[in-house]
Design a protein around this ligand. Structure first.
Ligand SMILES: C[S@@+](CC[C@H](N)C(=O)[O-])C[C@H]1O[C@@H](n2cnc3c(N)ncnc32)[C@H](O)[C@@H]1O
Length: 276
């Protein structure tokens, strides 16, 4: 990440020491599904603290959605190249991406429009996108191939379990959660992703100085995000309240339409405090 990725009130996230590219990205064409078991780090149970368990409430429902022939073809042919299977084993980012670079986790990338734009602009960073939605995964796979992007990997699985079981503590330079499902009815609020136990888990996976960036167009969810992120002791707000949209987050078509209709959009950027 470079300083220019941040808004005026944002403290730049500290990169891990000595960020060095160990292999030119344009030479890498990994076969991820077939990676050997020893390419993962310690078993999750060894190092990772207890967090949302097997019975946790899901933030999504499985839906039968339309998938285009192109997205289906991308799922069939490109998953082995750019996607990793879910496994209860900690990832080693250097092996997964074939280089040493700051790694950003994106939760719920939808159709991958924002992921593609950010990964293109920030070619020096790695992006791990987690999404459950078949058509969305197919769409991002198509974008990766169409743009020749080398710095995106995908896991198609519940992000709560991915973070709990596959992400090492203190390892992420950033986390993006853009327009998570708002679950507007009060009785469904328990399904919202931004809840204290999950933010506690995410904060534990951020490196000191790393950031978590959320955006929503639901005011009530924005207020919940501000309260939950503000109550997490390892995090500090980079702004007074909500943040201006940083230059690196593109305005999506969906967001542009909402703004035209007079809806608000709220960005929140918190950083992980340095270790005491
Ligand atoms: C409202 S969409 C937003 C998509 C995208 N971020 C955007 O701004 O257009 C929320 C996405 O999060 C995904 N999602 C929700 N809960 C998830 C979870 N626990 N793990 C992975 N993806 C999830 C949904 O499938 C959906 O595609």
């Amino acid at each position: 990440m470079q300083r220019s990725h941040y808004s005026a009130c944002m403290q730049p996230a500290r990169k891990p020491a000595a960020v060095t590219t160990i292999a030119p990205m344009n030479t890498i064409k990994p076969t991820l599904q077939g990676q050997s078991p020893d390419s993962a780090g310690p078993a999750a149970g060894e190092a990772l603290a207890a967090h949302p368990g097997p019975g946790h409430i899901r933030s999504f429902v499985h839906r039968r959605s339309h998938i285009t022939p192109g997205q289906k073809e991308a799922l069939d042919s490109l998953m082995p190249l750019w996607a990793l299977p879910y496994r209860a084993a900690v990832l080693e980012f250097d092996k997964v991406f074939g280089r040493h670079a700051a790694t950003i986790l994106e939760i719920g990338f939808g159709m991958g429009e924002t992921t593609e734009k950010i990964a293109t602009t920030r070619s020096g960073d790695n992006f791990l996108g987690v999404e459950v939605f078949n058509a969305g995964v197919g769409a991002l796979l198509k974008r990766i191939e169409a743009c020749g992007l080398q710095n995106i990997r995908i896991i198609q699985h519940d992000a709560v379990e991915v973070v709990r079981d596959m992400i090492a503590p203190d390892s992420l330079a950033g986390i993006h959660i853009y327009f998570p499902d708002p679950w507007p009815k009060s009785r469904h609020h328990k399904r919202r992703l931004i809840q204290p136990p999950f933010i506690d888990l995410l904060a534990s996976r951020l490196a000191p100085g790393g950031y978590i960036h959320c955006a929503t167009d639901w005011e009530n969810y924005a207020q919940q995000m501000l309260a939950v992120l503000g109550a997490e002791p390892r995090l500090k707000n980079s702004c007074e309240g909500y943040a201006p949209r940083p230059d690196f987050r593109p305005q999506t078509k969906f967001e542009t339409r909402g703004l035209r209709l007079g809806h608000g959009v709220w960005d929140l950027i918190f950083t992980r405090k340095e270790k005491p």
